[in-house]
Write a protein that binds this ligand. Structure first.
Ligand code: GLC
Length: 548
C-alpha cells in the first residue's frame, strides 16, 4: 500500500506509541528490539493504526529509559542495527503505517561524545560551551550556581571532578545527572539537531515527537534567577519564566519547520510541552511543530463535566492555531488510564504505588469499563489520538514491582519515596501460556505479573468482546466514518451524558456515571460495553448512525 502524499494526513491520525524495550523481543535477551517491532507489523496493521511512534531506541545506558541518548543517529546495539531499522520502516510503510521517532533535544546522556569532550577539555573551553557549565557559589565553589530543581529531584546541578582530580564546575540537568542539558544558545547544537532530523527523515521517518519541547531555552542571564520549586504549570503566560516555555524557544521550531518542509510530504512533529493550554498551541502553529500533545485528559478523572470542558476548550484552541487537537489517555510517564479510573477520585497515585497497589483497592472491572468508554469517546473526536502500547489490551498498571527491580531514576533520587513510571512499562503479554507471556524467550527486563495472562493478545484475539477487538472495530469504523473536523454538540451542556455528531450522521454518545438512558432512533455501530435492555448504561459510549 503506497503512502499517500496528502500533507494533512496527520490531522486526524491514530498514532500508537511503542516503548521498544517492552514491546517484543526477538533475540531473547529480555529487552524488546527493532526486529521485534518488524515481526509484529501484522498486529499493528490489524489494529488499524495510522502511525507508530517509537520512544527512544538510540544507544543509551538507560539511566532514564533511553531518554538519555548517547548518539542521536544510531540504534542501540542491544536493540538492533540501522539496517534493521530500515527494514522495519519499509515493512510498516508497506502496510500503510507511518513512523515517528522521538527527538530528545533538551539533554543528551553523560556518555555522549560532546559531554565526554567537555569534561576533558576543562573550564572555559569551547567544548564546555555546548552544555551549561557554571562555577559554583561559596568560597570554594562548593555550592550549586542556583536553586534550580531537577524533575527527578533534588538539584538540577551536579559538580564534576576536573581532569586534575579536584572538584570543579557544575553542570545543569533538569532531569537525572546522567542527562546534561544542552546550551541552546550555541549554533553547533542547532546544526547538530537539524542534522539528526534530516538523518531520520532521509531514512523515511515521517514524524517526530519532541521531548520536553518547552525546556530548551533557559534564562541564563547573571545572576541566575531563582526557581526553587516545580508546581503544576510553573510558567506564566508571559513567556519569561526562568526555565520553561520561554518565547525564544519558538525560534528553534521555526528553524525545524524549514527542515520538515524539505520533504514531500513535509515531515510532521508533535510537541511534548507541559505548559498552559493557551501557550501549548504556540508550539502547534503551522510554521512550527504543527501539533502539540494535549495532556488535559491524561491528568483528569472519568468525569463528564471535565471531559466536556476539556474537549470544547481544546477543539477550539487547536483550530484557532491552525492545528488539530490531540487526545491522550495513557503514555509511558503516567499510570495507565484503566487503573486511574478504577481508583477513587483524587487518589494519590504515588502513595497507591507505594502500597504495591493495595490501598485504596483498585476496582479492576470498573477501571477497564470506564477506560473503554473514554477511548471510544476520544476516538470519536476531531483530531489525532495517541495510544500507548498495551492500552488496547485493557492493561492495568503493574503496581507491585519489587523495590530491587525498579528502574525509574525517580526512585533512587527521591530516596525511595517515589516509585515512578515502571508500572506502565512492563513488557507486553502476547501469549497467555508461554514463558514471559510470549514477550521473549529469554526474560523480561521488568517483572510481569501472573494476571497478565488474562490480557494476553492470544486470549483477547479469540474473545469478540475483548478490549483488543473493541479497538480494532472502532479503528476500522473510524476510517470509514471520518470526514471533516467539525463537531456539533447535542443535548444538555451539563449532566452525565456527552452527545455530539461528526457529520454524515455519525453520533457519539457517552454515559459517564448516570442512570441508563434511551438511545435515539438509529443504528448502533459499536458500543464500549453491552447495552442493557437497549439502554445506554453508565460508563459506556456508543457510536451510532442516525439519519439526518
Ligand atoms: C519526557 C519523557 C520522559 C523523560 C523526560 C526526560 O517527559 O516523556 O519519559 O523522562 O522527558 O527526557
Amino acid at each position: 500500500m503506497a503512502l499517500s502524499k496528502d500533507k494533512n494526513w496527520w490531522r486526524q491520525a491514530v498514532i500508537y506509541q511503542i516503548y521498544p524495550r517492552s514491546f517484543f523481543d526477538v533475540n531473547g535477551d529480555g529487552l524488546g528490539d527493532i526486529a521485534g517491532i518488524t515481526s509484529k507489523i501484522d498486529y499493528l496493521r490489524q489494529l488499524g493504526v495510522d502511525a507508530v511512534w517509537l520512544s527512544p531506541f538510540y544507544p543509551s545506558a538507560l539511566a532514564d529509559g533511553g531518554y538519555d541518548v548517547d548518539d542521536y543517529r544510531d540504534v542501540d546495539p542491544k536493540l538492533g542495527t540501522l539496517e534493521q531499522f530500515d527494514v522495519m520502516v519499509a515493512g510498516l510503510h508497506d502496510v500503510g503505517i507511518r513512523v515517528f521517532v522521538d527527538i530528545v533535544p533538551n539533554h543528551s546522556s553523560d556518555r555522549h561524545e560532546w559531554f565526554q569532550a567537555a569534561l576533558k577539555a576543562g573550564p572555559g573551553s569551547p567544548e564546555r560551551e555546548r552544555y551549561i557549565f557554571r562555577d559554583g557559589k561559596g568560597e570554594n565553589g562548593e555550592l550549586p550556581p542556583s536553586d534550580w530543581p531537577s524533575h527527578f529531584a533534588p538539584s538540577a546541578w551536579t559538580r564534576i571532578t576536573e581532569a586534575d582530580g579536584k572538584p570543579g564546575q557544575w553542570y545543569c540537568h533538569l532531569f537525572a545527572p546522567e542527562q546534561p542539558d544542552f546550551n541552546w544558545d550555541h549554533p553547533e547544537v542547532h546544526e547538530d539537531f537539524k542534522k539528526t532530523l534530516r538523518f531520520w527523515a532521509d531514512r523515511g521517518v515521517d514524524g517526530f515527537r519532541i521531548d520536553v519541547a518547552h525546556a530548551l531555552k533557559k534564562d541564563m542571564s547573571e545572576p541566575l534567577r531563582s526557581f526553587p520549586k516545580f508546581t503544576d504549570f510553573d510558567n506564566s503566560l508571559s513567556g519569561d519564566d526562568v526555565l520553561f516555555d520561554r518565547n525564544e524557544v519558538h525560534e528553534i521550531y521555526r528553524e525545524w519547520r524549514k527542515v520538515f518542509d524539505e520533504y514531500d510530504p513535509p515531515r510532521v512533529a508533535v510537541a511534548e510541552a507541559y505548559v498552559r493550554a493557551e501557550r501549548r498551541v504556540l508550539y502547534a502553529r503551522p510554521d512550527e511543530l504543527g501539533q502539540a500533545f494535549n495532556f488535559d485528559l491524561l491528568s483528569s478523572y472519568f468525569d463528564a463535566g471535565d471531559f466536556r470542558k476539556i474537549i470544547q476548550f481544546n477543539v477550539s484552541l487547536a483550530a484557532g492555531a491552525g492545528s488539530s487537537s490531540t487526545w491522550v489517555l495513557s503514555n509511558h510517564d503516567k499510570v495507565r488510564h484503566a487503573t486511574r479510573y478504577g481508583l477513587p477520585r483524587n487518589t494519590d497515585e504515588n502513595a497507591w504505588l507505594l502500597t504495591d497497589g493495595k490501598t485504596p483497592v483498585l476496582d479492576v472491572e470498573l477501571g477497564i469499563r470506564r477506560a473503554r468508554a473514554a477511548t471510544l469517546l476520544i476516538l470519536g473526536l476531531p483530531g489525532s489520538t495517541y495510544f500507548y502500547q498495551g492500552e488496547e489490551l485493557g492493561l492495568h498498571e503493574v503496581a507491585d514491582i519489587p523495590a530491587d527491580q525498579i528502574q525509574d531514576p525517580q526512585w533512587v533520587r527521591n530516596l525511595f519515596k517515589m516509585k515512578g513510571r515502571d508500572g506502565c512499562r512492563v513488557p507486553l503479554p502476547w501469549e497467555a501460556h508461554a514463558a514471559h507471556f510470549g514477550f521473549s524467550s529469554g526474560g523480561s527486563h521488568l517483572p510481569q505479573p501472573a494476571w497478565f495472562a488474562n490480557y494476553a493478545v492470544d486470549v483477547e484475539e479469540t474473545d469478540p468482546d475483548s478490549t483488543l477487538n473493541l479497538y480494532r472495530r472502532a479503528l476500522t469504523l473510524r476510517k470509514a466514518l471520518i470526514s471533516g473536523e467539525e463537531l456539533t454538540w447535542h443535548g444538555d451542556a451539563h449532566g452525565e451524558i456527552l452527545h455530539f455528531d461528526r457529520g454524515n450522521g455519525w453520533h457519539v454518545i457517552a454515559n459517564f456515571n448516570g442512570d441508563p438512558i434511551e438511545l435515539p432512533d438509529g443504528d448502533v455501530l459499536v458500543s464500549s460495553s453491552p447495552l442493557v435492555d437497549n439502554k445506554l448504561p453508565s460508563a459506556t459510549t456508543v457510536w451510532m448512525k442516525i439519519a439526518n
